[in-house]
Design a protein around this ligand. Sequence first.
Ligand code: CU
Ligand code: ZN
Length: 252
Amino acid sequence: MDSQINIAMRALEFTETRCPRTRAKECSCSRVKSITESQQTTVAQCILEHSDKVKGTILLMQAPGTPTLVKGTITGLEPGPHGFHIHEFGDMSDGCKSMGGHYNPDDVDHGDLKEGHVGDLENVMADEKGVAKFSIVAPRVDLMGDRSVIGRGIVVHEDEDDLGKGGDAESLKTGNAGERLACGVIVARSEEMVEAHGGKHTTSGRSMTKGEKSKREKIVKGMKKDKAGFKKRYGKDAEAVMYATATKQAMK
Ligand code: CU
Ligand code: ZN
């Protein structure tokens, strides 16, 4: 009896603090819904963490009815191929371990971009300097709709992914890609950021007044107190996001 209550309490705790769909800290389900309904190009990003050596930023883009483009650079790798996947959970509570297996909504064996787990992105290839630059067209990966990978995780592995052709049981599960070197959660890029990149710093089509500009400066100053938080979420776009958000607020 005691243990049952315990389990129920733990389950409650779990649903309260994490997204049930992806186990990500931040539940982006309503966000995904609005993205899906907006029928615009969706942009998401993933910053790799949990390694002192391996770093990377990955962008994911999808226009309605088209494949998702997965683009990025990973540094600090050993030269050669490294397994690269979308994992089921955006849960980093136990580092890369808690991200679960490859995202596999169809319950099939591990494979490649065409067949296999939806999360199978094959390999990224690191050059002699340990840098992997890649641009992967992933026809089965979605940012919109029920199968959106927003909130899920990306993992880069130590070894080459054999794409399910290794001839053993593990090959059909993980591609024998070995240790999880670094990982990150896929997050939707905010409207503010898209706006910032489009250079549109106005909300109503008019220019800012002097008063609004100084108000914006004050807001940005306040935001900079949480510079680390912004950096973590938006990487090198942090400042642009601050300005775009502050512009909106100042012009209200
Ligand atoms: Cu993986
Ligand atoms: Zn797989």
